[in-house]
Write a protein that binds this ligand. Structure first.
Ligand SMILES: Cc1cc2nc3c(=O)[nH]c(=O)nc-3n(C[C@H](O)[C@H](O)[C@H](O)COP(=O)(O)OP(=O)(O)OC[C@H]3O[C@@H](n4cnc5c(N)ncnc54)[C@H](O)[C@@H]3O)c2cc1C
Length: 292
């Protein structure tokens, strides 16, 4: 893309768009609020042969201090409708919005989404889940788009879901919208359940400091937080990054953390847990951007 870039702003700090509040500049940044905008932004980037990074809520990302080359498309297209037991949600819909729309329509089974930050696109991409449920449990299918603008519908079985991952990870495929299935019930039950899980979550997690939720995936049969705690790392600091004292599988930005601080602290946790318990911790957060 040249100086005559047809859309977006230049050198937008990604720290403004990530829940960790770290990350350097995107060469170009554009926020889309409709399907046409989303498709248009992808088309313009293709015409100009600029790499695309699709940003949802920025709640599962560690963006390098040097930022992201190419264009970051922030997906703020939020639209959710209910037809019978099916909720159709645009990929930029916040999960909390989808949970609220489902609850209002008296559908059960999507309440857990109310407390998971981020968008439906991010949830499909990473099979987000909480309170014993995951995206794979509720999704029917997703409309996908490649960088040529071609779209198709992929059924749940084609999306390759597993614990906190899907076949979309590592590909440039864009989630356009998803259809989710609830269970007919009543609004009061859904709203009560949302309140319960919101309270439970607030009691357990370090919500006051910038973070990205669980930093590592839980290893089979264990909990990353238990292992990090048992390795004596709760409260460990590196620069402005700290292993949360409240929940050891959260790394928080105490105010002036760099992306490198956070990455180094992640590596330290991985090393110590490996040495002491022989367990390899795998990052849940996606480490993206230009690191060297
Ligand atoms: C306080 C806190 C609590 C959290 N709790 C949970 C939890 O309980 N369970 C859980 O699973 N996660 C949790 N997370 C992590 C995060 O909320 C989820 O991973 C969420 O699904 C990320 O969505 P996002 O829109 O923010 O994605 P982003 O962080 O913006 O992006 C993540 C990845 O998804 C891709 N992506 C985003 N949108 C699209 C799209 N439309 N098409 C294709 N790819 C796309 C991005 O390119 C990127 O690769 C938590 C995070 C925080 C900050």
């Amino acid at each position: 893309m040249t100086a005559a870039a047809p859309f977006g702003v230049r050198d937008e700090p990604m720290s403004r768009h990530t829940s960790l509040h770290v990350g350097g500049p995107a060469d170009f940044f554009v926020r889309v609020t409709s399907e046409d905008d989303l498709r248009g932004a992808v088309a313009v980037a293709r015409q100009h042969e600029v790499p695309i990074f699709l940003l949802g809520g920025g709640t599962n990302l560690l963006v390098a201090d040097k930022g992201i080359r190419g264009v970051v498309i922030e997906n703020a297209w939020s639209e959710a409708t209910v037809d019978g037991a099916i909720v159709t949600a645009s990929s930029g819909s916040p999960m909390a919005h989808v949970a609220a729309v489902a609850a209002r329509a008296g559908l059960l089974g999507l309440e857990w989404m109310a407390t998971v930050p981020g968008t439906i696109g991010g949830a499909v991409h990473g099979n987000a889940g909480a309170f014993g449920a995951e995206t794979v449990d509720v999704i029917v299918d997703a409309e996908l788009m490649d960088l040529n603008g071609d779209t198709w519908t992929a059924a749940k079985a084609e999306l390759g879901f597993a614990y906190r991952t899907s076949a979309l990870q590592g590909t440039p495929i864009v989630v356009v919208r998803a259809r989710l299935r609830g269970t007919p019930g009543d609004r009061e039950t859904a709203v009560r359940r949302i309140k319960e899980i919101a309270n439970e979550r607030a009691a357990k997690q370090p919500l006051a400091q910038p973070n990205t939720g669980s930093i590592f995936r839980n290893p089979p049969g264990d909990f990353a937080g238990r292992l990090i705690d048992a390795a004596g790392l709760k409260g460990r600091r590196l620069g402005g990054a700290m292993v949360s004292e409240r929940h050891a599988n959260f790394i928080v930005n105490t105010g002036n953390a760099t992306a490198s601080d956070i990455r180094e602290l992640m590596r330290l946790c991985q090393r110590e847990v490996k040495e002491r318990f022989g367990v390899d911790l795998v990052a849940e957060v996606e480490v993206v951007g230009q690191w060297s």
